[in-house]
Design a protein around this ligand. Structure first.
Ligand SMILES: [Fe+2]
Ligand SMILES: [Fe+2]
Length: 486
């Protein structure tokens, strides 16, 4: 009893200010460190990383453990002080530990907040496909670019070289996006930025029902040391070659290796722009693109906020009666929000007919062949299959395109055709079939599978038939097939 009294006296001797400082420091250190776990399991960007990557899980658990130390040590100090003469030393030790541990969450959150401000210079124009289509059946597009300085910019655009339509910005901004709507079919349009320099041009799709020829490829991973930039350049050459006749390009994600580095987005934008300022372009967001501040860069460069009430991260693009849905599925269903689900199901219900060609594009795959990485199996993604296959089957989705695995694959399941096109330059996946020490599995319904090549997929829809060809960067067909709309 005497010791307890001494302990009470010890606390009584502390000033009110000291008591508040000690208690608030311990509580803050505990809450801030534990909030990293909360953030890791609730934010769509981190949730996937936390679930799929072992070392991320380990780091987050370690930080949480540090947070849990405070209440434990505080308990031990109280216990010790009850047993022997009270001393300030343990409390001082706890305070030093609390201050030291605060460096982790404060540094982490501070860095995350600062990422959108760490830019690497101007980003040149992109011609982006947006939601919806205009009165002439040509999809809405935008010209978008980003400037280091806040400026008011202008574009002149129109169907003749003298252009004619002038769009001025009224307020200064870093992001510059101009909506091109109600475009006419089969017309070459011209545009110029700020009345100087290059005059860009692009040709709209002819208004022929159920015809559309496009290229798709995925996972260039700009910034990755083991990526192959030569093949990315070669594929872009095929894209802009008029003799190939591509009317659009869909890039299915993992544009950059680490979405938190604007230098990687800068390299991607600079590489794409000479081609994608002329060919209508729809990049799809991937798991690498969203790391930490990545979504801010992505929205600034590829998802302009130009159409009222239209979502910015997922799209319904209609071209010549062909319905194309671009979904935001990065690691899997973590980013399939209630809003996106409602939007997708409503759009399918209200804006499509089962007789239409209906295409779905996303970064994450559904069925796929793959191998064990970091303790996680990168083949048939059961959560994605369970969530989306019933929707695909019920709504007559014809073709599905994705990346994420750096392979080429064609699969067929329950009347739905799936394609994986991860050959745009990111390091090819290990072929589990050829490596004895690699655990892997063939995807359900796999018909063609290759990890031996880079390249792209050409899709040419002509009436009831779609011709698909997996091609190398040099434009050699390695596998092709036809599907017929039922
Ligand atoms: Fe990737
Ligand atoms: Fe990925």
């Amino acid at each position: 009893m005497k010791k307890i009294e001494e302990f009470k006296d010890f606390f009584a001797d502390l000033s009110k200010k000291q008591k508040i400082t000690y208690i608030s420091l311990i509580v803050t250190a505990f809450i801030l460190t534990e909030s990293i776990l909360f953030w890791a399991v609730t934010s769509p960007a981190m949730k996937g990383l936390f679930e799929w990557v072992n070392y991320v899980r380990t780091v987050v658990y370690l930080i949480c453990l540090i947070g849990l130390i405070f209440p434990v040590i505080a308990g031990i100090i109280i216990f010790i002080n009850q047993k022997k003469t009270p001393s300030k030393k343990p409390i001082k030790f706890l305070m030093i530990l609390a201050i030291f541990s605060l460096i982790i969450p404060i540094g982490f959150y501070g860095y995350t907040i600062s990422i959108p401000f760490q830019r690497d210079g101007d980003k040149p124009p992109q011609l982006l496909l947006l939601n919806g289509s205009g009165i002439n059946g040509v999809p809405n597009m935008a010209v978008s670019f980003w400037t280091e300085d806040r400026t008011t910019s202008t574009i002149n655009w129109g169907p003749t070289e003298s252009m004619g339509t002038k769009s001025n910005e009224l307020t200064k901004s870093h992001t510059h996006s101009y909506l091109l709507e109600d475009l006419l079919p089969n017309i070459t349009y011209f545009y110029q930025v700020n009345n100087v320099g290059q005059i860009y041009n692009f040709t709209t799709m002819p208004n022929l029902p159920n015809t559309f020829k496009f290229m798709t490829s995925s996972d260039p991973h700009f910034g990755a040391e083991n990526a192959n930039r030569t093949v990315t350049d070669e594929i872009l050459k095929q894209l802009i070659d008029p003799s190939n006749g591509y009317q659009s390009f869909f890039m299915l994600g993992d544009m950059v290796e680490y979405g938190l580095f604007d230098s990687q987005y800068k390299e991607a934008c600079d590489t794409f722009s000479p081609v994608t300022s002329h060919i209508p372009f729809r990049p799809v967001i991937g798991n690498h693109d969203i790391l930490l501040g990545g979504p801010t860069f992505w929205e600034d460069y590829f998802s302009p906020d130009l159409i009222e009430d239209a979502p910015r991260d997922y799209f319904h693009i209609e071209i010549n009666g062909i319905q194309i849905f671009v979904l935001d599925l990065e690691w899997g269903t973590e980013s399939y929000t209630k809003e996106q689900k409602t939007w997708f199901e409503t759009e399918l219900e209200e804006s499509t007919d089962p007789d239409d060609w209906i295409l779905v594009m996303s970064h994450c795959f559904y069925y796929a062949s793959g191998y064990l990485v970091d303790g996680s199996d990168w083949w048939d993604h059961q959560e994605m299959i369970d969530t989306f296959e019933p929707i695909f089957v019920d709504n007559g989705i014809d073709m599905v395109f994705s990346g994420h695995n750096h392979i080429f694959e064609r699969l067929e399941n329950n009347g739905v055709n799936y394609n994986i096109v991860g050959g745009f330059g990111g390091h090819p996946d290990t072929d589990f079939e050829k490596e004895d020490d690699v655990i892997g599995q063939t995807g359900t319904g796999s018909i063609y599978y290759s990890t031996d090549m880079f390249g792209f997929l050409e899709v040419d829809i002509q009436g009831d038939d779609a011709y698909l060809a997996f091609r190398t960067p040099e434009n050699q067909t390695v596998y092709n097939y036809t599907i017929t709309r039922l």
